[in-house]
Design a protein around this ligand. Structure first.
Ligand SMILES: [Zn+2]
Length: 258
C-alpha cells in the first residue's frame, strides 16, 4: 500500500472505530450484533437429577430432568448445526456430569464473542410442581431490576473494548431488551408448534444462571414431569424431536433479527 493510501486507510479506520463518522457505531448495542455463538445449557446433571417423577404406564417409568435436558440440548445442537453450520455451538455439558451454576454462566461470560459478533445462552429445563395439575411450557428471563456489572475486576481485554462505550445502566437496559426479544421469539415458535400445550408465557424470574449471564439469555421450561400428560410426552422420541426442532427454530428466529 502506498504512503498516501495507507494514511487514508488509517484515517478511515480511526473514524470508524471512533464512531465520529457514524454516530450510531459507538452507541450500538453490544448484544444486538450478528450471533456467532450459541451456548446450550442442559439443566442439572451428575448427582443433581433436577426434577424427578415416577409414573406407571405400561411399564414403570422413572423420569429425571437431567436426562431430558441433555437429550433435548443434543438434538437442538444437531438442528442448529444443520441449519447454520457457520454458527459455533458450545454445550455447557455433553454428558451426565455435574456443573455448578456459576460455571454454567461463566461458559458464556468468559467466551470471547469475536469482533462484531454476539453470543446467546439457552438453558433447557423441565418443570415440577407438588400438584399434578400444572402443565405446559414457560420461558424465563432474568429480572430486569437485577443489575449486572459488565466491567469488574476479572474483566478481559475484549470485554473492555465491548462494554466501555455505554454506562452500566444503559448496558443493563439493552440486555433486558434483548432477553425479552429472545424469549418472545422462542415463545412464538412453542405456541405455534405445540398449540395443545398450555402457554404459561414469558416470566421474569430470580434464577441464578440467568442473573449471572452477561449475554442475551433465556431459560426454557419445556413441560412438567409432575403432570401425567406432559411427562408421557417427554418419554416419546417424536415429542423430543419436535421440541428440539421448535427450540432451534426459536433460537434461529432471534438470530435472524440481526
Ligand atoms: Zn431445572
Amino acid at each position: 500500500m502506498k504512503g498516501s493510501a495507507r494514511f487514508f486507510a488509517l484515517c478511515l479506520a480511526t473514524i470508524l472505530v471512533g464512531g465520529s463518522l457514524y454516530g450510531t457505531v459507538s452507541n450500538a448495542s453490544p448484544f444486538s450484533l450478528p450471533i456467532g455463538t450459541v451456548v446450550l445449557d442442559a439443566g442439572h446433571g451428575g448427582h443433581d437429577p433436577g426434577a424427578t417423577a415416577s409414573w406407571q404406564w405400561e411399564d414403570h417409568v422413572y423420569l429425571q430432568e437431567k436426562t431430558i435436558t441433555l437429550e433435548l440440548v443434543r438434538k437442538i445442537a444437531d438442528a442448529l448445526r444443520a441449519a447454520r453450520p457457520d454458527i459455533d455451538l458450545v454445550l455447557t455439558r455433553d454428558s451426565d456430569t455435574y456443573l455448578a451454576l456459576q460455571d454454567r454462566a461463566d461458559v458464556a461470560a468468559k467466551l470471547n464473542p469475536g469482533v462484531g459478533k454476539s453470543i446467546v445462552f439457552v438453558s433447557v429445563h423441565a418443570n415440577s410442581s407438588p400438584s399434578a395439575e400444572p402443565s405446559g411450557f414457560e420461558i424465563l428471563v432474568k429480572q430486569t431490576d437485577k443489575r449486572l456489572r459488565f466491567l469488574d475486576a476479572q474483566v478481559q481485554d475484549w470485554a473492555i473494548a465491548r462494554f466501555a462505550n455505554q454506562t452500566a445502566s444503559e448496558l443493563n437496559r439493552l440486555l433486558n431488551r434483548e432477553n425479552l426479544l429472545f424469549a418472545t421469539a422462542v415463545r412464538e415458535q412453542m405456541a405455534k408448534n405445540f398449540p395443545q400445550a398450555r402457554d404459561r408465557g414469558v416470566k421474569e424470574q430470580d434464577v441464578w444462571v440467568l442473573n449471572a449471564s452477561k449475554v442475551p439469555s433465556v431459560l426454557v421450561e419445556v413441560g412438567f414431569v409432575s403432570n401425567s400428560d406432559d411427562a408421557y410426552l417427554m418419554t416419546q422420541q417424536t415429542w423430543l424431536d419436535q421440541m428440539a426442532d421448535t427450540l432451534a427454530a426459536g433460537i434461529l428466529a432471534y438470530i435472524n433479527l440481526y
